[in-house]
Design a protein around this ligand. Structure first.
Ligand SMILES: Nc1nc2c(ncn2[C@@H]2O[C@H](COP(=O)(O)OP(=O)(O)OP(=O)(O)O)[C@@H](O)[C@H]2O)c(=O)[nH]1
Ligand SMILES: [Mg+2]
Ligand SMILES: [Zn+2]
Length: 292
């Protein structure tokens, strides 16, 4: 049997990249019986048909390191969280939600501010400071800035990375800039608004010529976090976690409690006000849901 990775799935046909070939496969009936659906990103063992080396059957799906539902991808290693420095303006609340989604899916998040050709150093510094003490990597990219693309390529090399973020921030454009033969569709923002729909509509996985795979996803403007309790939330804010032990109240939510050390850390600039405000917003959302 031959090993490969599923790079596309259309109507029960799975395209498996074996390194040498792209093989069109059907899944064995056994999977359907067990209610296992092959996913893009799955590592599989396939058997070629006797007649055709470009057709075969998926015999086995290897154990997944993780599984995302939006987009439906298995074994992704990183989530590239794309926002534009401007046009459209970034939503730092949505950005935080994506960071949390990355963590809950066991993906390493990388924050990418695109269209950096439209920002000066002051604005970049301001954005960088929001993530002070988080440990998250922040990169600035532009399809017009060759050096930023070199940095991005080094991040993408030999990994399976998912691009996510709102519509119009340039996810597909940057993927095209990294590898021009992708020729992904991109769109003008004004056109998008007029048509009221997004340019990228399906999750697809693309092979990078220098090693690795990337998944482009359609942009979205909001989503709700699920399954996170109020005391779990601070686990997803590394900089809050960092100063958490110092708080005199063992069960402090760092919300409205007086004399909370986290609020001192915010005042001293060790935790950004933006991130703290988002934390409180999300905490309030979680509490609202609990009341029902
Ligand atoms: N100035 C500038 N404009 C960019 C850059 N990257 C993309 N754009 C423009 O931003 C617009 C949207 O780009 P897309 O690549 O379609 O955005 P997307 O994130 O893939 O959008 P969806 O597929 O709808 O989610 C296009 O008009 C691009 O030309 C950049 O680095 N700098
Ligand atoms: Mg796109
Ligand atoms: Zn506290």
């Amino acid at each position: 049997m031959i090993e490969g990775i599923i790079i596309r799935g259309v109507g029960g046909n799975y395209y498996v990249d074996t390194g040498d070939n792209l093989v069109e496969c059907r899944a064995r009936g056994l999977f359907r019986l067990k209610n296992i659906k092959p996913l893009v990103g799955d590592r599989v063992l396939i058997r070629l048909t006797v007649e055709d080396e470009h057709a075969g059957y998926i015999e086995e799906i290897m154990e997944r390191t993780n599984e995302m539902s939006r987009p439906p991808v298995a074994n992704a290693q990183q989530l590239l969280i794309f926002f534009a420095v401007t046009n459209p303006e970034p939503s730092f609340l949505l950005l935080d939600k994506l960071l949390i989604a990355a963590e809950t899916n066991s993906l390493k998040p990388v924050i990418c501010f695109n269209k950096c050709d439209l920002a000066d150093d002051k604005l970049k510094k301001e954005y960088e400071n929001i993530f002070v003490n988080t440990g998250y990597r922040v990169v600035f990219t532009s399809k017009y800035d060759e050096n930023s693309l070199i940095e991005l390529k080094s991040i993408l090399k030999d990994k399976l990375s998912v691009f996510s973020g709102p519509s119009g921030v340039g996810k597909s454009s940057v993927m095209n800039a990294v590898q021009p033969d992708f020729q992904l569709k991109t769109g003008e923002i004004s056109d998008k608004l007029k048509r009221g729909r997004h340019t990228t509509r399906h999750a697809e996985i693309y092979k990078l010529s220098f090693g690795g795979y990337v998944v482009d996803t359609p942009g979205f403007s909001s989503f709700e976090l699920e399954g996170i309790g109020e005391f779990d939330l601070k686990e997803y804010y590394p900089e809050i976690k960092k100063f958490d032990d110092g708080c005199r109240f063992a069960d402090c939510l760092h919300f409205k409690e007086p004399n909370c050390i986290i609020k001192d850390a915010v005042n001293e600039g060790l935790i950004s006000q933006t991130r703290y405000n988002n934390y409180v917003r999300l905490l309030e959302d979680i509490r609202k849901i609990k009341q029902y």
